[in-house]
Ligand binder design. Structure first.
Ligand code: DX5
Ligand code: ZN
Length: 213
């Protein structure tokens, strides 16, 4: 299972990014919020764009924004493996997915805890990643919603029934206590469990070890 580290809860982003760079974490998960799709706002792109000065890790970008088309061209400048936005947005989703693909970046859709899995169906042939939110999007450090287990299972069954190549990522509240609930996922995002600790590699290794049990 791949591990993506979120620095949303970091109190010293440059330093924590440098520390993550020294670990074997697979991706750095970049959370971006516009204060509209979710109540909170993260630092603006003008600051976020400096992330590459502190880490060489590939980015797994999670846009919690109402208008992805406004932000995709900016985030596409960064070292992104994936750019994901939410299936709940009111924009033309296929157009936005295509916009990401045109930068040769993998595209994904994120789904909130109360959104039906069936809302993803029209987009399955076009996406490389599904982020299943295991907390309400908007802030780090929340508790993992246990019903996510059923949702992961449901999405896995859906993917098995289509000839598509799409990974499942689970985001929110993932720690040594909850990662065993994500067994059927291909990747997990873990934020505060890693960045609020004094030894990032130890936490990442413990996630890897438990996920293999
Ligand atoms: C929540 C974010 C998550 C979150 C992960 O809106 O999308 O990426 O910050 O952090 P933890 O692991 O602290 O829930
Ligand atoms: Zn996220």
């Amino acid at each position: 299972m791949k591990i993506s580290a979120s620095f949303l809860s970091s109190k010293d982003v440059p330093n924590d990014l440098r520390k993550l760079d020294q670990t074997d974490v697979d991706y750095v998960h970049l959370d971006f919020m516009d204060g509209r799709f979710v109540p909170n706002k993260t630092m603006p792109f003008s600051e976020m764009k400096h992330i590459g000065e502190f880490t060489n890790k590939r980015l797994d970008i999670h846009l919690m924004v109402q208008e992805p088309s406004k932000y995709i061209p900016y985030f596409a400048e960064l070292n992104a493996e994936y750019i994901t936005f939410h299936v709940e947005v009111e924009e033309d989703i296929l157009k936005d997915l295509e916009m990401i693909k045109n930068y040769s970046i993998k595209c994904g859709l994120a789904i909130k805890p109360n959104t039906k899995v069936s809302s993803l169906v029209p987009y399955l042939p076009f996406i490389d990643e599904i982020i299943i939110m295991s907390v309400e999007p908007g802030m780090g450090g929340q508790e993992f919603i246990p019903e996510t287990v059923n949702k992961i299972r449901e999405v896995r069954a859906l993917l098995n029934s289509y000839p598509v190549n799409c990974i499942i990522n689970v985001d929110g509240g993932v720690s040594d206590k909850t990662i065993s609930l994500c067994k059927e996922a291909d990747m997990v995002v873990s934020g505060s469990y890693i960045v609020n600790s004094s030894d990032f590699q130890e936490k990442i290794t413990s996630l890897r070890n438990i996920s293999m049990l």
